[in-house]
Design a binder for this molecule. Structure first.
Ligand SMILES: [Zn+2]
Ligand SMILES: [Zn+2]
Length: 129
C-alpha cells in the first residue's frame, strides 16, 4: 500500500496493522471533512495526535487543512462541531476503551472463584422455584 512507503506511523508507535485499521476506519478519507486522501491538498492524510498526551495518543487521519484546524481547536481558538464526534471517537480512546473492557473482563474472571466458593453455605444450591 502506498501509505506504507515510509511507514511514518512508527513515530506514533503504530504498527502497520494499526495503521491499516486506522486507514480502514477513516475509509481513506480525512476524518473531519471527508476528502479522499488523493484529493487533499497534499495528496495524503496526516496522522493526528493529541499533543497534550504525546505521539502515542493518535486520534485519526486528517488532511493538512483539518490537521492545522485541530491545532486551533486544541488551543481553544476555534470551534467546529465536526470535531466533537471526531474527538469522542479518537483512535487512542477506542483502544483504551477496548483495553479497559478487556481488563474488567479478566478481573471479573479472576474474582469469581473466591467470591462464590467460600461464601456459599452448604445446601444452598441453586433453587429455581
Ligand atoms: Zn507501515
Ligand atoms: Zn480534512
Amino acid at each position: 500500500m502506498t501509505h506504507h512507503a515510509t511507514c511514518q506511523h512508527g513515530r506514533y508507535r503504530l504498527t502497520c496493522e494499526d495503521y491499516d485499521e486506522l486507514w480502514t476506519h477513516a475509509g481513506g478519507c480525512c476524518e473531519l471533512c471527508g476528502t479522499p486522501a488523493a484529493k487533499t491538498p497534499d495528496g495524503k492524510l496526516f496522522i493526528d495526535h493529541a499533543q497534550q498526551y504525546g505521539f502515542f495518543a493518535v486520534r485519526g487521519l486528517l488532511c493538512s487543512k483539518c490537521n492545522s484546524l485541530m491545532g486551533y481547536i486544541d488551543r481553544g481558538e476555534k470551534d467546529d462541531r465536526r470535531a466533537i464526534g471526531y474527538l469522542a471517537n479518537a483512535w487512542f480512546v477506542r483502544v483504551l476503551h477496548a483495553r479497559h473492557a478487556e481488563n474488567v473482563a479478566v478481573r471479573r474472571r479472576l474474582r469469581r472463584p473466591d467470591a462464590e466458593l467460600p461464601e456459599r453455605p452448604a445446601g444452598s444450591e441453586e433453587k429455581t422455584t
